[in-house]
Design a protein around this ligand. Sequence first.
Ligand SMILES: O=C(O)CCC(=O)C(=O)O
Ligand SMILES: [Fe+2]
Length: 362
Amino acid sequence: MLALRRLPRALAPLQWTLRGRSWQSTLAERTRSDSTFGIPVIDFAPFRRGQTTDDRRHTANELVTAFKEVGFVYLKNHGVESDVVDNAFEKSARFFNLPMETKLKLAWEDPRSNRGYVQPGRERVTQSSDPAEIARLRASAPDSKESIEIGRDWDPTWKNMWPQHTDAPGFKQTFLDFYRTCHDLHVEVMRAIALGLELEERWFDAKVDEQSHNLRLLNYPPVQRKLLEQDGQARAGSHSDYGTLTFVFQDSVGGLEVQNPHTKHFHAATPIPGTIVVNIGDLLSRWSNDILRSTLHRVVAPPVGSAAQDDSTPRRQSIAFFCNPNAHEIIECIPTCVGSGPKYEPVETEAYIVGRLRSTYH
Ligand SMILES: O=C(O)CCC(=O)C(=O)O
Ligand SMILES: [Fe+2]
């Protein structure tokens, strides 16, 4: 243990991965100061390959400890093949390179559907729920990004807005497959969370099996660095996510930052090749009576690279998969999380998420 304590700060994530449960009591202390705050790297292979529940429990505990303390992890050995991720990034880039008039034919129209193309300036993510405040923010500091939102393709009510095959060959099949892959990973990670919360491993299975998720491809165009550095400006404003978990696949540019809840200071979530950034959303935080932490984050200008590119930030791409419970699931305090009493009224997934989306778009 002493040897671990002496590891240099750069290896802090490694310390997390080496820790067992007995270390949990010291972790809260570690994240309180900015010099020790870090996003842990969690190796998911032992959970995926573990033969018995006891084999899997160790990784489950590591994961839940990190979600209690930081709300964010880098997941490695998650099982999503690197060529699948590379192909998704390539298809996404080709879509955003299409002319604006082609993309606008697929325009996002309704928060209940939450599908289609969102042009720069249309969404302003924020924690505020005051319509006047959100309108003011959107006018003075719009998010500097565009996206296309994809839901489950067989929904009886809402239809995805797919580009024509001739405009974006292979796009639809790529993202139908990617959606399914991310759904399967969600089921696995929720099983780990169930074990870590001392629930039966499959406790969430029937509550998250309808694939009510949202796959968001994001493109942050190049922008003058000095514009992004003005007060309140960002590629994506500070916010929390809405569902159970978010999987963020990021390219190598950087700019995602996570807030230390104790000091309010934002820390870079520097891209680590081969990992997925996974964070807790508000509904899972609420479900767990705030035991699992939904942490504020934002996307700002990436770190300055060579002097030549100082004036303008490079384009950045990311893919966010927002995982949700089933649309009509009632989210009420998980039995093992009640403690001294539930903090929240029960809420239906769909009602909660549509309410949040309605206030951030126009
Ligand atoms: O682009 C990213 O890295 C994160 C985006 C994000 O936080 C979001 O869309 O909710
Ligand atoms: Fe987010």
